[in-house]
Structures are given as C-alpha cells and as structure tokens.
Ligand binder design. Sequence first.
Ligand code: ATP
Length: 509
Amino acid sequence: MDFKQIVSHCKEYGFIFQSSEIYDGLAATYDYGPNGVELKNNIKQYWWKSMVQMHDNIVGLDAAILMHPKTWKASGHVDAFNDPLIDNKDSNKRYRADVLIEDYIAKIEAKNKKDVDKARKKFDDFDEKMFRETNGRIKERQAKIDAAAKRLADAMTTENMDDLKAQIEEYEIACPVSGSKTWTEVRQFNLMFSTQLGNIAGDEGKLYLRPETAQGIFVNFLNVQKSTRQKLPFGIAQIGKAFRNEIVARQFIFRMKEFEQMEMQFFIQPGTEMKWFEYWKEARMKWHQAIGSPAEKLKFHDHDNLAHYANAATDIEFEFPFGFKELEGIHSRTDFDLKSHEELSGKKLQYFDPEKNENYVPYVLETSIGCDRMFLSQISNSLVEETVPDADGKDSTRIVMKLHPAIAPVKCAILPLLKNKEELTKVAKQVFDKLKLSFNCQYDDKDAIGRRYRRQDAIGTPYCITIDFDTLEDQSVTVRDRDTLNQIRLNIDELHTFIYAKTDMSSLF
Ligand code: ATP
C-alpha cells in the first residue's frame, strides 16, 4: 500500500490521529488512538523484554524529562545540536537546507531508477550492475549524485553555511510551495525546545525539554551501578519521550517534534568498543528480523561523518514507503559524555574495576531506536490489500494488517454468530470474560460475520473466535486464522493455551 493509504488507514482504524486536529493540527505531532496505543505498548514491551529482562547485566531506568540545564551544555546540545535552515522569501516557508539538497539528489537518483526499470523490461537477461556501469546517461547522472553528496557531507561537517546556500543556488533549487528561487542566507537553528522555571528569571532559569533520553542515563551512571552492584560490561535501558524542534512536512510519525526513544547505554572497558559495536549490530539486526521485518527491507548504513562524541556509528535503515531511512542508531560514544559531565559537575563518574584494581571512566556503546519509527516500520510492512475467497467462494478484496501476533493490538476477537440470539451472546460473553484476563480481546456482535472478520483483519487481530449453534451442543468454537483464513474447531477450554502459544512474546526469544 502506498504511504497515503497507510496514513488514512491509521486514522480510520484508530491507530494515529493528527494532534489537535480540530484546530487544524500542530505540524509534526501526532496522537496514538485506541489501537495505536496497544501496538505501541507491545513494541515497547518487546524491546524492554529483550533488552532488560533477557539480560542479567542490563537494568532499567525512568529518568525525568526535565534535567539541570548544564546537562545539555556538557552533552554538546547547546552548542552543536543544530539544523541549517533557509527561508524562501516569496512563500515565507522555512526548510532544512540539507534536506532541500538531499531532495535534489533524490530526484536525479529517481531518473536513473526510471531508466533502469525501463531497460529491465526490455531485456530478459538484464544485468543492472553492468547497465549502470556502461550506460552513458546513467553514468553522467551518477557522477553528479556522487559529487553533490560529497559536497553536502563536507559542508555539513565543516558547518559551512555559505556553501550550503551556494549549492542551493547552483542546483537552481526552487521552493516546493511557491516555485521561487529567492532564498535567505542559511543559518544554524538549535533543535532544543526551551522553557522557563517559575522562580528564576532570565537565562539562569532556562530549561530544555530533553532532546534524547541518553543523558538521563549518563548522569545516573554511578547511582545505578552502585545500587545494583553491576560490574562492567553492563547496560542501562530507558524508554521515554524526547523533543526536537524539527522543521519538516509530510513525514507522518517518521519525524516528529515529540517522540519516544528506546535507548540502551552499554558501559564497557575502554578498548573493547569495536567488539561490542559488532555484537550489538548483530543483536539489534536479529531483533528486527525476529518480529517479522524482512531482511531485504533492513540494511546497515555506516556513518562517514561521525558525531562529535562517536568513534564508530552505524544506522539500521528500514525501507519505509518513502525509501530506506534511519530506524535505529548504534553508536560507540567513547567516554565523551561521562567525561564531559565529570568536568562540568566536578563529580567523579568513574568505575572501580576490581580485576584491574583501578578507577576509570568507562566507554559507552549505545543502541537508540525511535519507538514511533518502529511503529511505522511495522505498519507499513504489514498492511496489504489482497484478494481472498469470501463466504460464497467468490473473490473479494480485503485489507489486512499482517502484524506479528505478539505485537498485534488485539489478540483475539470473540464473535457470536448472531446478535439477537441470547443463548449465543451469553456464551460469547463468558468466553470473552475468561480470555480478557490474559489477553487484549474484543467482543463484537455488530453486522454480518464476514464484515466483522474484515474489521479485525484491518487492525491485525490474529484470531477470530466464533460462537455458533454447535457451541451450545459440544462447547466447541471456530477459530479463524487471519493470514491463512483456515478455520479449526477447538473446545472452549483449549482456547487459552492455543492463544497463548500463538501470541505470547516468549516465542520471539
Ligand atoms: P535523523 O538523522 O533521522 O534526524 P538522528 O540521527 O538525529 O535521526 P538520533 O539522534 O540517532 O537520530 O536518535 C535515535 C533515534 O531516535 C533515531 O534512529 C530515530 O529512530 C529516532 N528519532 C530521532 N529523531 C526523531 C524524530 N524527530 N521523530 C521520530 N523519531 C526520531
């Protein structure tokens, strides 16, 4: 399904709504509806279980969103957490200069792809690599792409705002709204949201909404280590909101001003970081595949330009409907953060290594994933429109969300065959009351059974349980499988074991 269809499906079926929609919405902020919150909680639970509960050397934390302002000085966010912005003078619209250039590069790439697709249709034994290496037009465009990408990366690393502007002019990039090419200068814009303490005026009382959850972990490093008596290597994990004043449009929950991160900082001996970098790369890739994200939709993208705190970094990219984009970051953060906090706070943040009999500042390996991007990856990967036989054996189309059962918002729906037969609804309610103690279930007796099935398909419910007249005779019910459409008869007493075996998260580990 295309991106637009995914977005409207999310609204129609109560997954995601535009924030404050009745006031025309607030850009890049979204609310999770009744099905969305269940799916999101399940994703968080999958992460938490696999990262915290499955590791005896990783513990959890829930730090406050508001932190001492010096935190953000130490972390580098006050000085260096910027986006280069440019305004179009005619439309008064503001853009990220680097994104305008990236879009320009993407347009050239799209032309190449179009030519490749055309050629593929023409030749039976088509060799894409050879075609790209030999076709003159494609080679020319590829050279343009490479040069533009390098120049952009250089300008970003050296923070050369003048060159970003020069690139926009040279490439004759026009404002997508007005079509005009009259631009302001490019200037750095800090992405942190600030707020003010009630009792202190001026800069002294200026607070920031955290732009990442990681710093709450760093400042608590010793508190956690001492209270849990963990030895290196050990990790601290946290799920929580982060805020960034992003200037974007039309990326849905991929890029928001308020979003949720699931981060784990793994504290290690200096010198062992490359070993752990490789370890967590592999572990995190496996985690994505275990929940059903196909290997071909995932890839690593190593960073060429490292952030000021990192000595190795890679992204796990997912193929969203708008292309491969960052879903998770894995960063070797060295001792940058702990050392900066030591310097600015004057407090030691060191670990006493009993084996080496010495104190040192540990190195840190971070895994950081956006919960909302994970949500979007699961929705976009699982939502399909397909043709299936209906009750009369005729072809009909259905929209089905083939989520892994472990994260599906509703595990099973309990459906009495007919609404106004009290003997059926009574048993159905009894089944519902029993199963709801263990699973998120839905009771539904509205409309014909076929329509009820379709409603459950659309929200990804893996099993529909139908109570019919045979149930009254022999206590058996029909259990319909969302993906195969197979129906089996089970005894009511067998339902709990069946649903548990099929939907519990333990099957993922
Ligand atoms: P990007 O390059 O896409 O802006 P980033 O490199 O700044 O992302 P990190 O600072 O590494 O992102 O944050 C870790 C994770 O948090 C990202 O991999 C992403 O999943 C998520 N994330 C970051 N910014 C946003 C946002 N504005 N909205 C939703 N998720 C986000």
